[in-house]
Design a protein around this ligand. Structure first.
Ligand code: NAD
Ligand code: LMR
Length: 334
């Protein structure tokens, strides 16, 4: 029989050669680190997105298994798998959106910054591939520490002459997802009705929920503000500790990344009013509300009025962020 896994170099028996080439309308998405805890669930969720015509799954291990599995789902996207560095370029060529959850996760007692040593090099290699093979793609970076890996990616793209600040986005959607959930719990309402802007960065005090700007408008007691801020800032650690050495958030992260990917694709399609919080390379790097459009993050919104508690939080966030940004940039420019 013909091989049934559409890995690089294999083919399946099909009359629809245009389909096998990804001829269906829609966007081409690559997931780098697709066989990991986030990557597997994210691959499944992106395969369910009707805006996706082609889905490339890349990893340095286990890509064939995940590809075979996901490719059996009866949704529109054509799935192809790519295993190992020598297939990275083919995985990336022609992509509109590249989502990167490749890298090691935390164990209890570690900070996200402790992951820098290993993940910085991984992100550098993958972004060099993006610069070479799909320099116009939107890149959504999940690998931690996001506050440093996005600056690494920016420097790689600058060196390659392909840097476009609209196209490089750190994925902080999980902070918003958590904030919506925890705020809804306190208010006793449906989380789908809540929208909490979360700005700053993606680690500890750099995660700054703007509880004064929650929609629908509401107010909190000082005790609720302290509880919510602390829980949102330490949501990642809550999961790391509960998993007790087996990794960090994967399922809620895959959900958040799928939401983020969908927003990027709706923006690329030209939908109006697609607004998300994301870590962008303005100010010089900061998570804030952005409008996603045909060319990526087309509009960066100002923070809006902050109360005294939030202004104090912002100062703390900026200090730590500046150090993480510097660390990422100097990894490339050393
Ligand atoms: P995991 O270990 O389960 O999976 C990581 C995957 O990356 C593995 O399959 C591994 O083979 C792959 N990988 C390693 N090196 C690679 C390379 N050079 N090229 C391609 N793939 C490579 O980890 P996970 O739980 O999926 O987490 C992945 C990353 O996401 C971690 O750094 C974690 O801290 C981060 N994370 C970020 C957020 C966020 O909100 N931004 C949330 C959760 C986790
Ligand atoms: C998260 O917020 O869940 C991720 O950044 C993973 C982690 O290490 O906390």
């Amino acid at each position: 029989h013909p091989p049934t896994i559409q890995m690089e170099g294999s083919s399946v028996l099909s009359r629809a050669s245009c389909r096998a080439k990804g001829g269906a309308p829609g966007f081409k998405v690559a997931i780098l680190g697709a066989a990991g805890g986030i990557g597997q669930s994210l691959s499944m969720l992106v395969k369910m997105n009707p805006l996706v015509s082609v889905l490339h799954l890349y990893d340095v291990v286990n890509a064939p298994g995940v590809t075979a599995d996901v490719s059996h789902m009866d949704t529109g996207a054509v799935v192809r798998g790519f295993l190992g560095q020598q297939q990275l370029e083919n995985a990336l060529t022609g992509m509109d959106l590249v989502i990167i959850p490749a890298g090691v996760p935390r164990k209890p007692g570690m900070t996200r910054d402790d992951l820098f040593k290993i993940n910085a090099g991984i992100v550098k290699t993958l972004c060099e591939g993006v610069a070479k093979c799909c320099p116009r793609a939107i890149v959504g970076l999940i690998s931690n520490p996001v506050n440093s890996t996005v600056p690494i990616a920016a420097e790689v793209f600058k060196k390659a002459g392909t840097f476009d600040p609209k196209k490089l986005l750190g994925v902080t959607t999980l902070d918003v997802v958590r904030a919506n959930t925890f705020v809804a719990e306190v208010l006793g309402i449906d989380p789908r009705e809540v929208n909490v802007p979360v700005v700053g960065g993606h680690a500890g005090v750099t995660i700054l929920p703007l509880l004064s700007q929650v929609k629908p408008p509401c107010s909190f007691t000082p005790e609720e503000i302290n509880y919510l801020t602390d829980r949102i800032q330490n949501g990642g650690t809550e999961v790391v500790e509960a998993k007790a050495g087996a990794g960090s958030a994967t399922l809620s992260m895959a959900y958040a990344a799928a939401k983020f990917a969908d927003a990027c694709l709706r923006g690329l399609r030209g939908d109006a009013g697609v607004i998300e919080c994301s870590f962008v390379t303005e100010l010089p790097f900061f998570a804030t509300k952005v409008r996603l459009g045909r060319t990526g993050a087309e509009e960066i919104f100002p923070l809006g009025p902050l109360n005294e508690y939030e202004r104090a939080g912002l100062e703390k966030a900026k200090k730590e962020l500046a150090e993480s940004i510097q660390k990422g940039a100097s990894f490339i420019n050393k």
